[in-house]
Design a protein around this ligand. Structure first.
Ligand code: IMP
Ligand code: MG
Length: 180
């Protein structure tokens, strides 16, 4: 494993995201919706940097992935989300890879008629986007490598690393992965 983003860089990045979000929303109330499980650490750090009135909701998006990175079927669970009708929603996810997760969550959430939907991600991988949607706020653009830590997992491991590290391809076995 090799460190890609240090704790200090992550702190600075989250601070930057919070300033951009504050610049756009001002004191307007927002509903922050974290996409489980990868967004947990960013969610916790980000909301403590925001001063406007905030509600927090969660959705769970689970895709089933094989050894390659082709997105599998995605199921989205909205049971942990209270009413968002007429509210300004800010979706939070750990990483924008192909973009299918964020696009599907955005499209299903829009059926609940929020006033607006924007999205913030900690990381965005280069040259991987397969959808028309782009995240509104991006912490860091990174190369197309597999990363763990600060919420991101490999086979549900390493989410608790305080920094972001790349995982050696040799360590990436042909194991089925739940990439939620
Ligand atoms: P997308 O739908 O292709 O944008 O994939 C987004 C989801 O895939 C993220 O929420 C992560 O859970 C997972 N994912 C994509 N790339 C990585 C990575 O490098 N490390 C860990 N999880 C990843
Ligand atoms: Mg994951």
């Amino acid at each position: 494993m090799k460190q890609l983003l240090s704790e200090q860089e992550l702190r600075d990045g989250v601070g930057r995201l919070a300033r951009e979000i504050t610049r756009d929303y001002g004191v307007r109330p927002i509903t922050i919706v974290g996409i489980l499980t990868g967004s947990l650490v960013l969610l916790a750090d980000l909301i403590r940097q925001l001063d406007m009135p905030i509600r927090v909701g969660l959705v769970q998006a689970s895709s089933y992935r094989g050894p390659n990175t082709t997105p599998g079927e995605l199921s989205i669970n909205f049971d942990m989300l209270s009413d968002v009708e007429g509210r300004e929603v800010l979706l939070v996810d750990d990483i924008f890879d192909t973009g299918h997760t964020l696009e599907q969550v955005t499209s299903q959430l829009s059926e609940k008629q929020p006033a607006s939907i924007r999205s913030v991600v900690l990381l965005r991988k280069a040259n991987r986007r397969e959808v028309s949607l782009s995240p509104d706020y991006v912490g860091f653009d990174i190369p197309n490598v597999f990363v763990v830590g600060y919420g991101l997992d490999y086979n549900d491991q390493y989410r608790n690393l305080p920094h972001v590290a790349t995982l050696d391809p040799a360590d990436l076995g042909a194991v089925e992965q739940d990439s939620s």
